[in-house]
Design a protein around this ligand. Sequence first.
Ligand code: KG4
Ligand code: ZN
Length: 361
Amino acid sequence: MVKEELILGIETSCDDTGVSIIKTSVNYHDPEQLTLDILSNRLASQTKLHNEYGGVVPELASREHLRSLLPLTNQALTESGITPNCLSRIAVTTGPGLKGSLLTGLNFASGLAAAVNKPLIPVNHLEGHILSAFINSKSYPKKNFPFLTLLISGGHTQIILAKQIGNYELLGETIDDSIGETFDKVSQELGYSYPGGPIIEELAQQGNPEKYNFPKPLLNKQGLNLSFSGLKTAVIREIIKSKSSNENVWENDIAASLQHTISAVLASKIKDAIVATGVKSLVVSGGVAANKKIRETLRKLCQSMQVSVRIPPRHLCTDNGLMIAWAGGVKSIFQENCYPEDLKVRPRWGLGTGTQKSPFC
Ligand code: KG4
Ligand code: ZN
């Protein structure tokens, strides 16, 4: 028997409003046969608004989400050719993220769910990123577990062991800045706008990755924790020094060397994680996973270790509503207890056993 469902996904954890509608078809006699149709995937970015202030202003972000949610949802419904009553369920990000932004999304989703009398699935933003790697696989993600995950975004830099849908173990994480933050701060110091990652990537194309020998903190330390604040400070110091030089390629060289250093650190830690866990597949996700150099470095590493690797298409690495609709759909089909009674926002919601000290950290 094939069961079709229409799922609306809503993402408002930070400064992007994402609304998506998907159709999932699952054959309950053969759950490997899970197929996905993306009916609509709409995004309203607030980057221009926040650029003026040099970072995301939480109050403005909530207000913009409130402004965007209804028109985006209407557009998504029109594009999908359905009315709200046709929806089977609504998935919404309830953490981690900015409290006001999360509340705006949850309130909107709750109102809509109540109006059409459909269930609401709370989705962890990080799990949304992780499961987004399976969007194009046209296969039942459950059979892909366990796998190792490198989650690299503006808010997080974590190495996670994904044991099953809804069951994750944090193996290591940054002890200070995230990689996204490092790219954003360096870009800002160079006088460019937010988000910095794509700008650094573009500058790096013309640069010499070997020009600067930047520090690689915790590289040779045991454990899977990472650190980027020392690297960030060293790069900023170099920028200040280079600003007075006459060369005109130093920006490109700094960007290429930074990208090269971060890729090398990630490859080294992921190699250790693969050896320590013995897991044979890796998922890389989060906004920074859009970076071509990082994608290529990790693909090469996995190839050399005979480990399979999945990375979402570049346009699905950064925040979007599709990953929330998809995670909600997958959880509703395959995870028990995915409808808690106490629906609330959880701004600091870590994945799984994150509060426990892992032996790998
Ligand atoms: O996942 P995301 O959209 O938001 C969070 O959940 O944090 O990630 C945003 C981060 C930003 O720091 C941005 O600079 C970075 O992802 N990013 C990139 C690239 N595209 C976005 N970093 C490196 N290279 C890129 N191409
Ligand atoms: Zn994100």
